[in-house]
Design a binder for this molecule. Structure first.
Ligand code: FEO
Length: 161
């Protein structure tokens, strides 16, 4: 595999684990806000992110590439408002999409069709993740910080799961 593609994929393993950590932090915040379903929602997200990391991890090993298991950056997860927390997730998903696109660009430049095929899954997944996080921001914006409304949204999320 081309060195640049391999390095970017390795870095992405770490970024996906960081995403899991970030979502766990957001989940913790919601638990502390007494919004258990919001918390459960972001905990599921955290689990999904670990699956993303493991997909790339397995792919690299399948290609006989090494995988570096670097330190995962600290997550403080201190938010002033509920809107801040959901916006952080939304911003992060856009960042991850940009990172996936950078790897795809490198794979295309290298005519690495196998990596492109693997990354296609991530391109679709990012579309879904961005749609979900955008929806969450829109809902929280509509409902504001009103406790009763947030309780209702918490219940609505429970029904979707
Ligand atoms: Fe794995 Fe939500 O990006």
């Amino acid at each position: 595999m081309n060195k640049k593609v391999s390095e970017l994929l390795n870095a992405q393993v770490n970024k996906e684990f960081y995403s899991a950590y970030l979502y766990l932090g957001i989940s913790k915040f919601f638990t502390q806000q007494d919004l258990p379903v919001f918390a459960a929602w972001y905990k599921v997200q955290a689990e999904e992110e670990q699956e993303h990391a493991m997909k790339i991890y397995a792919y690299l090993l399948d290609q006989d590439e090494d995988v570096s298991l670097d330190a995962i950056a600290e997550v403080k997860a201190e938010f002033k408002t509920i809107l801040d927390a959901v916006q952080e997730a939304d911003k992060h998903e856009h960042y991850i999409t940009d990172e996936i696109v950078k790897i795809m660009d490198a794979a295309v430049a290298d005519k690495d069709y196998r990596t492109q095929l693997m990354l296609n899954w991530f391109i679709s997944e990012q579309q879904e993740e961005e749609t979900n996080s955008k929806e969450m921001v829109a809902k929280v914006k509509m409902l504001g910080n009103d406790a009763k409304n947030l309780y209702l949204l918490d219940k609505e999320l429970a029904e979707r799961k």
